[in-house]
Write a protein that binds this ligand. Sequence first.
Ligand code: B12
Ligand code: SF4
Length: 357
Amino acid sequence: MNDHGIDPELAALARQIPAWATELGFDRIGITDTNLDDYAPHLRRWLEAGHHGTMDWMARHADLRLDPDALVPGTLRILSARMPYPGAGAEALATLRDSAKAYVSRYALGRDYHRVLRQRLARLAQRIDTAARTFGGQYRAFTDSAPVLEKPLGEKAGLGWIGKNTLLIDREAGSWFFLGEIYTTLPLPLTPAAPEDHCGNCRACMTVCPTAAIIGPRQLDARRCIAYLTIEHDGPLPLHMRPLIGNRVFGCDDCQIHCPWNRFATAATLPDFAPRHGLDNADLRVLFGWSEAEYLARTEGSALRRAGFERWQRNLAVAIGNGPADMRSIELLRTRRADATPLVQEHIDWALERLGA
Ligand code: B12
Ligand code: SF4
């Protein structure tokens, strides 16, 4: 043991971990403890206000989310890691502004991040385990795959601060990154972290949000957020929200696109996250023309699968309704209506009416 009560072998191990993480595609990793007390009132208030909408799973496991030791008994430390993905540049903005195109959130264009991060975190845990054999530690890797409070853990581990848009932001990396964790029983030394809020007086994310979903700094009413509406929300999209969704067919990036800290983000990204099937600049009509079999084939191994075919078609119908009143769009909507589900038919009818058909 050294002066701080840390085993020198564990201290040496902790110094090696960032280099191993970098080899695996993570651009930053930090170590934190399991105390999330500062965040508990905010999570509870959010749930009590119903801001989670129909994401019942957020309420069901709130206690586990706030207590890592209850989720994985014996957990003493959490390694929180950041993996960058290609953010939105000028081409993305052009797609977003072209109402005949589909805007798919940048995080969902390539291979499903859950798979990429889980595999790489498991490899990192294995490497740590091999080096720390004598300590007999236990390891569990997560990425948005269990009741884990990822942003607060990342903030505590020194990976950035939770910004007004509620995302974790770093001065160098911006916010175009995923988070993943390794829960461990190893008493590793903590990464010194004093998270500083660098949002200052900027309110760009709050101003540009198309649906005014950011109801206060660090307060997101998910029921208004286009990411929630297009990905998580089942059933009909609220009528007053439909025109505001524009051409965003899966998720939304606006509060990141306009964040000044993302102007300088240039982190290297893995080839896994390169766009597939031209989804970064696809024509709305082309995507709406996909059969269910085509949808399944083209979203294999991608986060796009989370929406499912029905919601995918629902979102596309709304986006086409928000686009130019082109005869080809009207004809396509009419053709697709025949074999659509009642939910999609209702959205097609809305779109047809909006296009004056
Ligand atoms: C539920 C969820 C959603 C919901 C709700 C979003 C939200 N803000 O909570 C919806 C579907 C809307 C969503 C959307 C998106 N998501 Co999401 N989502 C999650 C999930 C599963 C849980 C988040 C959560 O805990 N929410 C609970 C609420 C209460 O958290 P919160 O609003 O951040 O508030 C906390 C803090 O801000 C803090 N706090 C608030 N005020 C104050 C004040 C003080 C004084 C203090 C100390 C603390 C504090 O305490 C609160 C409790 O923790 C995480 C994965 C995970 N397991 O953590 C991914 C995650 C947050 N999502 C992610 C991404 C990428 C997105 C999208 C960008 C995807 C897209 N392009 O469409 C959008 C962004 C929308 C946005 N502005 O947040 C990434 C974020 C990475 C990053 N850089 O931060 C995560 C971490 C997934 C991952 N593994 O990478 N998401
Ligand atoms: S993801 Fe879009 S809708 Fe959701 S808070 Fe950000 S800008 Fe608003």
